[in-house]
Design a protein around this ligand. Structure first.
Ligand code: QAP
Ligand code: CO
Length: 173
């Protein structure tokens, strides 16, 4: 088990289009486990493989549950080769991203979706998602296509992001 390095904006690798997974072996399982450890260590709820430098269509989501907001590892969704087959409605959600630390902004997403994907053994699965899970799935699938949530901002909010990013760079020295 290992905590991996998370690539941060504006790293160009985050712009890669990730490739489909065809081999469901122990190397994949180790990657999924390392991604999970990395995500929890950084206090994240979702992570795509490209964020740890692996351009494969793999993502994990572990939503907090209950009053305490505990993330139970057994609730972690491991989603491979996802395809959204149906969407409905729209929803605004204040998003963040482990690859864009300390910046949060409202993004419009589909409210509900149906997803076809494969699990760690290559078994085909479907799920229906709404609210936070729906948002998280769309955010992570964007990563598989080289898209970051800040790409979806209006021109005005994008300017705000650029300004905050440059300020953060300076204060790092
Ligand atoms: C994607 O995001 C997401 O800036 C996952 O300093 C976003 O886990 C899914 C994080 C919105 C659903 C809704 C961000 C942690 C974590 C930060 C994350 C930070 C520390 C983001
Ligand atoms: Co992200």
């Amino acid at each position: 088990m290992a905590v991996l390095e998370i690539l941060q904006y504006p790293n160009k690798k985050l712009r890669a289009r990730s490739s489909e997974v065809h081999v469901f072996d122990s190397t994949l399982h180790t990657l999924l486990e390392d991604m999970h450890e990395t995500m929890l260590a950084r206090k994240g709820i979702g992570l795509a493989a490209i964020q740890v430098g692996i351009p494969k269509r793999i993502l994990i989501i572990n939503l907090p549950q209950g009053e305490e907001g505990t993330q139970h590892p057994e609730d972690c969704l491991e989603i491979i080769n996802p395809v959204i087959t149906h969407t409905e409605g729209s929803i605004l959600w204040r998003e963040g991203c482990l690859s864009v630390p300390e910046f949060y902004e409202e993004i419009e997403r589909h409210a509900n979706l149906t997803l076809a994907y494969q699990d760690r053994h290559g078994e085909s699965k479907m799920l229906q998602a709404s609210e936070l899970l729906s948002v998280a799935i769309q955010h992570e699938i964007d990563h598989l296509n080289g898209v970051l949530f800040v790409d979806k901002l209006s021109m005005l909010k994008r300017k705000k992001f650029e300004k905050e990013f440059k300020k953060a760079l300076k204060s790092e020295g």
